[in-house]
Design a protein around this ligand. Structure first.
Ligand code: NI
Length: 136
């Protein structure tokens, strides 16, 4: 018997979307306000969805307090950080919600046992969000 358990955590981070191969006008045209040179922030909502068998001994798929600790450990490198400057994966990568979701998924995947399927939902604003489950 399978089920999906969900844990939400919130974090804040700054970023700037900018393609150095384009001039300022083209960057503004494509990225709008997100291209502002002095960065801007978002309050992100990360929803981590873990699917697996319900353990008959606990009645749980996964202990959510364990999952909470894993997520918080991962988010230590992102919360109140500048994604462009503080997160090495973004050195040459656009800190879009899509790419942030991929990186968070990879970090989480390393800490969540392989027997579970993992999907994340990452909200940048209340209207914009990305789902990533590791499929390439
Ligand atoms: Ni932005």
């Amino acid at each position: 018997m399978k089920a999906t358990v969900i844990r939400r955590e919130r974090f804040a981070a700054a970023h700037r979307l900018f393609n150095p191969d384009w001039d300022d006008e083209k960057n503004r045209e494509v990225f709008g306000k997100c291209s502002w040179k002095n960065y801007h922030g978002h309050n992100y909502l990360l929803e981590v969805r873990v699917t697996g068998n319900i353990d008959p001994m606990t009645g749980f798929v996964m202990n959510l307090s364990e999952l909470k600790q894993i997520i918080r450990r991962v988010l230590e490198d992102f919360d109140h950080k500048n994604l462009n400057l503080d997160v090495p994966e973004f050195k040459d990568l656009q800190p879009s919600t899509e790419n942030l979701a991929r990186i968070l998924w990879n970090r989480l995947r390393n800490l969540i046992p392989e027997k579970f399927d993992l999907e994340i939902y990452l909200e940048e604003t209340e209207n914009n969000a990305v789902i990533f489950n590791g499929e390439l």
